[in-house]
Design a protein around this ligand. Structure first.
Ligand SMILES: NC(=O)c1ccc[n+]([C@@H]2O[C@H](COP(=O)([O-])OP(=O)(O)OC[C@H]3O[C@@H](n4cnc5c(N)ncnc54)[C@H](O)[C@@H]3O)[C@@H](O)[C@H]2O)c1
Length: 257
């Protein structure tokens, strides 16, 4: 059997779907998640339960920022690839909980990089975010990977951009291949209850008015979860040359799968 793939954030929305698809194609998967209470942990437990009954899957309950434990896990698992999706998401949550972003996104990403380089991981695919592009007027031109990413409008965006920079430095210093994916808002089954489409639906079902910010004039790209998973696996299977990183928007990632 091929060596396993480590999927961090495997009890999360995207992580569960990525792990499921890897299992479907016969890969062994080691999931890592801390099951935090950012949103109802029962949803995370239910996602994990879907995976835990399957051959080739094992879940490790661990904070990725625990760098010594993380390093031991990556080394001992025999994995050759890592899909790193664990993170503190959300924009408004950072107003009251800024250090959750420091721990999961900054310390967590660095811990993953260290673990990967010591274990000789052949490809690290990690989640970045469309939020790195900042606010931009709609001009119908879409986004490009080389668009400016210097004006984050949230702490979340700043930490995601920082992860990309940490990755670039590690690719230069230690030469292991990495791919960063800038997902645009992802939706689909088993989705996140903190996201607008979820709360809109909940309110509509209850017959309550929905809460709309910004005079209802905001627009946003959404990507269906299956397209994101196609993109993640397509990228995972095609590492960049050693010592290089690449950044890919979710639209591009799903096309390349
Ligand atoms: N869903 C989207 O629309 C979207 C858009 C852009 C980027 N992303 C990124 O994609 C990735 C996955 O997002 P998601 O929507 O599945 O989010 P999610 O919150 O459902 O999943 C993230 C998982 O990571 C776990 N986690 C958080 N901190 C951890 C830590 N320190 N140690 C171990 N586990 C930890 C959480 O418990 C959670 O289960 C994240 O990196 C997120 O920033 C998501």
């Amino acid at each position: 059997m091929a060596r396993p793939v480590i999927v961090t954030g495997a009890a999360g929305f995207i992580g569960m779907h990525v792990a499921e698809r890897l299992l479907n194609r016969g890969e062994a998967v080691v999931g890592v998640d801390v099951f935090n209470a950012y949103y109802d942990p029962r949803l995370k437990e239910a996602r994990a339960a879907r995976l835990e009954g399957r051959d080739g899957f094992r879940m490790v309950r661990l904070d990725i920022a625990e760098h010594e434990a993380m390093r031991a896990l990556v080394a001992d698992s025999g994995a050759d690839r890592v899909v790193h999706l664990a993170a503190q998401a959300g924009v408004r949550y950072s107003i009251d909980n800024p250090f959750a972003y420091e721990r999961s996104n900054l310390a967590g990403h660095l811990s993953i990089l260290e673990a990967c380089r010591h274990a000789g991981i052949e490809h690290l695919v990690y989640a970045s975010s469309s939020s790195v592009y900042g606010d931009r007027p709609l001009d119908g031109q879409g986004f490009r990977e080389d668009d400016p990413t210097v004006s984050p409008v949230s702490l979340y965006a700043a930490t995601k951009r920082s992860c990309e920079l940490l990755s670039q430095s590690y690719a230069r210093l230690y030469g292991f291949p990495q791919s960063g994916l800038r997902f645009f808002t992802v939706y689909g089954p088993w989705g996140r209850p903190d996201m607008a489409y979820y709360s809109f639906t909940r309110r509509i079902v209850r017959g309550e008015p929905i809460e709309v910010y910004g005079e209802g004039r905001m627009a946003r790209d959404f990507t269906y979860i299956d397209d994101i998973v196609d993109g993640v696996l397509g990228v995972l299977d095609h590492p960049p040359a050693e010592g290089r990183t690449r950044s890919t928007t979710s639209a591009t990632a799903s096309r390349s799968a």
